[in-house]
Design a protein around this ligand. Structure first.
Ligand code: OAD
Length: 252
């Protein structure tokens, strides 16, 4: 059986399907990835832009970078990979864990999204004043004032995303961990090098899930998963989806 058919067979027979996505899923939409050719971390240093220290040193610079990324993402549309996952999210037992902060899964209509690294469209009080909601949503592009301010205390607001050196929100971690108790765990478009997200596929395997990877190139996860498919997610996911229509399935 070829790999696409094998992936379709596994997805079709899963009562509980969990999908972990990374920047590669949004690449065809025009959202830059982080690593590899054209990746953001080829041109920028994460320690200057995506750490609590960087924000303390130069909040305006950090916000200029986030404001620029918000403008880029606002011009992008979900692609065929997002569309397939949105359709699959109608199935009972489906969970999507995304490392992406771009909101394209939600714009494609995906249900049950766990935003592992937060959202670039959410802000929170950098000082944690407690007077404002924990996070608030703001899709204004470009932002009117840089850096934006907390509406309650007037101090700095920050993007409600996870920076290097910061912990994942414990509630989000618990949800993501719970989602590894599944029949099939599919990892798509992630370099699988950033922890703890990269640990989820190991955890799923440990718990007995069949593990599948779809990625443009080999990653550290490729040697771990039961089935690795190399190619663009925006082509392979629709190809798997088409095969699903003809694959005998439980629960579809
Ligand atoms: P990366 O940029 O590290 O990896 C993207 C992966 O997608 C690479 O392995 C590419 O080969 C693959 N890829 C590119 N285009 C693709 C396509 N069309 N179809 C399928 N695969 C494709 O992005 P992430 O793994 O998401 O964290 O990075 C993880 C985290 O590192 C991000 O959430 C971000 C970053 O620093 C934070 O900001 C905390």
């Amino acid at each position: 059986m070829d790999r696409l058919a094998e992936a379709a067979r596994r997805v079709a027979s899963a009562s509980r399907l969990t999908v972990l996505t990374g920047a590669g899923v949004s690449a065809a939409s025009g959202v830059p990835t982080f690593r590899g050719t054209g990746g953001l971390w080829r041109s920028y240093r994460p320690e200057d832009l995506a750490t609590p220290d960087a924000f303390r040193r130069n909040p305006r610079l950090v916000w200029e970078w986030y404001d620029w990324r918000r403008q880029v993402i606002a011009r992008c549309q979900p692609n065929a990979a997002h569309a397939v996952l949105a359709r699959w999210s109608r199935r009972p037992g489906f969970t999507l864990v995304t490392q992406n902060v771009d909101g394209l899964h939600e714009r494609a209509g995906t249900r049950h999204v766990i935003r592992f690294h937060g959202s670039i469209w959410d802000l929170r009080c950098a000082g944690g004043c407690g007077g404002a909601p924990p996070t608030w949503h703001d899709e204004t592009v470009p932002l009117a004032v840089l850096p934006p301010r907390c509406p309650a205390c007037g101090g700095l607001a920050r993007p409600a995303v996870v920076w290097f050196g910061e912990a994942i929100d414990p509630a989000v971690w618990e949800q993501a961990l719970a989602s590894t108790a599944c029949d099939v765990f599919l990892t798509v478009g992630t370099s699988a090098v950033v922890y703890p997200a990269a640990a989820l596929v190991h955890e799923a395997k440990h718990r007995g899930a069949a593990t599948v990877e779809i990625n443009l190139e080999g990653t550290p996860a490729s040697d771990v998963v039961d089935l690795a498919l190399q190619g663009p997610a925006e082509q392979l996911l629709p190809a798997v989806d088409r095969l699903l229509q003809t694959t005998p399935a439980a629960g579809r």
